[in-house]
Design a protein around this ligand. Sequence first.
Ligand code: SME
Length: 152
Amino acid sequence: MQAVDYELLERQVRGLLEDERDFIANAANFAAFVYAELPAINWAGFYLPAPDGLVLGPFGGKPACSRLPKGQGICNRAFDEKRTVVVDDVSQAADHIYCDSASKSEIVVPLMVNGEAHGVFDLDSPELARFRAEDQAGIEGLVAAFLEATSI
Ligand code: SME
């Protein structure tokens, strides 16, 4: 797979979001941008806190699960542990929740502001082990640029 220029993507995210701070507007554009620009991705989007777990937010890709019940799935794991979770083979992760059987690997980055998780940004890939260390660093940088540009 061709190397991704995450520095360029980060500059493009800052440009895309510079005139707006609304959460829904920026989350929608951010998810659509990442889904369009990253290779080997079949879903990119947000899950946001709800009383009973996480609820679907803006995304790019096929329709996905609306609700992820508290304590279940990779997104909740990243949210609860306040750290990025990378799964190389989702079929081997007992707590993975399938929204699309095409998904083979996954990365979930929590939206951290002042030590609090305000939701997660989730990416799925149809390839095994799609998300390497440089992708984790790059995607965390993109999420940080989104958070700086957006009112939470
Ligand atoms: N796989 C996620 C659910 C969300 S979908 O991948 C879009 C999880 O286990 O939390």
